[in-house]
Each structure stands twice: as structure tokens, then as C-alpha cells.
Write a protein of this length. Structure first.
Ligand code: FMN
Length: 189
């Protein structure tokens, strides 16, 4: 059921780093994004795939992880993402990409979850560094980094309390809790 998949598809930030994701698998996930809605059907998104240690380390160094969990500096060696997809906007096609970027990113992450992987959409990557490290042409806007791998953390959904606090948090067993607003709080009368 779609709802089950959507609920299972949580942002995961700790992985079994030793379990690789094959390039073909990442290509299949990107393939899903070809079929999503796109304003005026312009399809301006392009992708880079990385699943090697050297580039992965470079990408990792540009990312800020889980800002609400201030004491945590991101996944340790051994639990870092084994692969990344970098989503680019091709300025030769158009010059703004925000709407299609989210639709495509969620579709890729749902596809990853469906086949037993997980990951995180990351908007915090330091763009200048990423462009320099990976030699990304100025023609492309860097939109999002998608970290993908075998999840090594437990993430649970919960309802946001009456105070409306939506900050995710970790309990003493390192379970990651994600408060979501109630249905009656998002449908306006
Ligand atoms: C566009 C976008 C950018 C995000 N950027 C980051 C990020 O830079 N670092 C991070 O740790 N999480 C990032 N996230 C993940 C969110 O923190 C996460 O979606 C939110 O905490 C809710 O958790 P859930 O995805 O499990 O529902 C991003 C999510 C989206 C949609």
C-alpha cells in the first residue's frame, strides 16, 4: 500500500557503510524520476552517481546532518552512506528547479525504500565545495544530495504534541523520533 511505503520512507542518517549499493540500482532509482510531473514538462533535472570511497568522503565533508540533534556531528566512520545521488538543475533548459526537485527526490527515496534501502534528502551540502571537489560545471545548479544505503538506525513516527514542537529527537536507545503534525491541524476549515 502506498501509505505504508510513505510511512516507512523515513530520513535515515546512519547506514551499514560496508553494504554497497550498486551503480545499476542507483540508475534504476533515477529512472523512476523520469516519469514524474514537471512544470511544462521541461524535465531539467540531471544526476550524478557516486558509490566510491574517495568521492563519498568528499561529499560527506560538505554536508550538515540532523541540525536539531546538536550533540551529534553526523554518522561515524562505518555508518556513513555508501552511495550518493546528486541532483542538478540544467540551466540550459531553465533556471529554477525547486518544485520538480522535491517531487523527483521523494520519488527516488520511495523507490529506494521499496527495495530495502533508505536514505536522506540533503539540502545542506556546501555548494561551492561540492562543485569544486566534484568538478561540476557551472551550467548545472546543485539542488540536492540524496544519501542512499542500508539503514542502520531505527526511526519512528509520532504525533506532534499540543505545543506543536516538530523537532526530531533521539531517545536513550538511540531511536530517532519524528513528530508529524496531526491531520486536523493541517486541513483548514
Ligand atoms: C529538501 C530537504 C532537505 C533536507 N536537508 C537535510 C539536511 O541537509 N540534513 C539532514 O540531516 N536532513 C535533511 N533533510 C531531512 C529532514 O530533516 C527530514 O525530512 C525531517 O527531519 C523529517 O523526517 P522524515 O523525512 O523522516 O519525515 C532534508 C529534507 C528535505 C525534504
Amino acid at each position: 500500500m502506498l501509505k505504508e511505503l510513505v510511512m516507512k520512507n523515513r530520513s535515515c542518517r546512519r547506514f551499514h557503510q560496508e553494504i554497497p549499493v550498486q551503480r545499476e540500482t542507483l540508475e534504476q532509482l533515477i529512472d523512476l524520476s523520469r516519469y514524474v510531473a514537471s512544470p511544462h514538462n521541461m524535465q531539467p533535472l540531471k544526476y550524478l552517481i557516486f558509490c566510491d570511497e574517495e568521492n563519498n568522503e568528499k561529499i560527506f565533508s560538505t554536508i550538515s546532518w540532523a541540525r536539531y540533534i546538536e550533540s551529534w556531528k553526523g554518522p561515524a566512520q562505518g555508518e556513513r552512506p555508501p552511495s550518493y545521488i546528486i541532483m542538478l538543475g540544467d540551466t540550459a533548459i531553465k533556471d529554477h528547479f525547486e518544485r520538480e526537485a522535491g517531487i523527483a527526490a521523494q520519488t527516488i527515496m520511495l523507490g529506494a525504500t521499496e527495495i530495502g534501502y533508505g536514505g536522506c534528502i540533503l539540502g545542506s551540502a556546501h555548494q561551492d565545495k561540492l562543485r569544486e571537489y566534484l568538478k561540476i560545471d557551472n551550467r548545472y545548479r546543485i539542488l540536492l544530495v540524496l544519501a542512499i544505503g542500508k539503514p542502520a538506525e531505527k526511526v519512528v513516527l509520532e504525533e506532534a504534541g499540543p505545543d506543536g514542537d516538530i523537532k526530531y529527537w533521539r531517545d536513550k536507545d538511540d531511536v530517532h523520533h519524528v513528530p508529524k503534525r496531526k491531520l486536523e491541524d493541517i486541513i483548514l476549515e
